[in-house]
Design a protein around this ligand. Structure first.
Ligand SMILES: [Fe+2]
Ligand SMILES: [Fe+2]
Length: 296
């Protein structure tokens, strides 16, 4: 049997035209962020993000992947039109929890208002369903999605409203880790690889802990629950694409980087066979290889 394939993308950062919006309605947190958008070049880097996300979704359809995963930071600063456009760009894929897993990133809860009004859930809440809801500990998290006969995807929440812009650390917390421990031990998932999706990076590209105000605080506790190649952690947040293969002590780690950032577009295709995560290949959106049978 061919390996199962999972498309993992992240940090698509659909960005509204902030300079055309009334300043008063944006709030002080987004005013501070405007410098990042203009001087930092961010709005230029994400000008084509909706089109690129639509291309990635279309690649998922053409490749016939078993599941599509987006590990957070759908928006620039959690505005409703950004969520709306992200949803539209994904098309039919975003309708179906059986084919699609999406979790929020720190940019999707950028302001207390966006968090309290459950703006992410308004557009993507239907994708937080769980096949094993008894393992939930914090709202919908962790949620579990069985995929085929050999894998399951688990969604965790690490994105927290920052006290001030610029603080972008995340944590899973003891409650969700307790739920994850129950998921790992659940006999109904025996023989399945577990792909655990979390926004913050447990390790940098260099294999170190990320800096304090940017990293995942409880990365080591996460690793202890997920030793070896049955497991993979799929994350975003650091805008670099990398893979650390599993060891006896920790899971595979896939960082999808920012899949729509101009000049650095891309995603992972991750393979699973016999209940183990084999590895992955990087792909550029729109460069779907022709299937072998069509080449003959
Ligand atoms: Fe990001
Ligand atoms: Fe992030």
């Amino acid at each position: 049997m061919n390996p199962m394939r999972f498309l993992h993308c992240s940090d698509v950062h659909i960005t509204a035209d902030y300079f055309s919006l009334p300043l008063r309605r944006l709030g002080w947190r987004r005013w501070l962020a405007l410098a990042e958008l203009s001087v930092g070049g961010r709005s230029k880097a994400y000008a084509r993000a909706p089109e690129t996300l639509a291309t990635i979704a279309s690649d998922a359809e053409q490749l016939g992947v078993d599941h599509f995963i987006l590990s957070g930071d759908l928006t620039a600063y959690a505005l409703a039109p950004e969520f709306q456009l992200a949803r539209e760009s994904l098309g039919a894929l975003a309708e179906d929890p059986g084919r699609c897993t999406i979790i929020p990133g720190n940019h999707d809860v950028f302001t207390p208002g966006s968090h309290h009004s459950h703006r992410f859930e308004r557009y993507f809440g239907h994708l937080l369903e769980s096949d094993l809801p008894e393992h939930r500990r914090e709202g919908a998290f962790p949620f579990v999605r069985r995929v085929g006969a050999e894998a399951a995807v688990v969604g965790l929440l690490s994105a927290r409203v920052p006290p001030v812009p610029g603080i972008a650390q995340g944590y899973i917390g003891p409650a969700q880790l307790d739920g994850l421990a129950a998921v790992v031990k659940d006999p109904r998932l025996a023989g399945r690889a577990l792909l655990v999706v979390v926004h913050h990076a447990p390790l940098t590209h260099q294999g170190r802990a990320d800096r304090y105000f940017h990293g995942l605080k409880d990365a080591q506790a996460l690793f202890r629950l997920l030793p070896g190649p049955r497991y993979a952690v799929l994350h975003g947040h650091i805008h670099q694409r990398y893979h650390h293969p599993a060891t006896a002590e920790r899971p595979h780690i896939f960082g999808a980087g920012s899949s729509t950032q101009a000049g650095r577009e891309g995603y992972w295709l991750i393979e699973v066979k016999d209940g183990q995560v084999l590895g992955g290949q990087k792909h550029v959106p729109g460069s779907v290889p022709v299937p072998a049978r069509a080449q003959a």
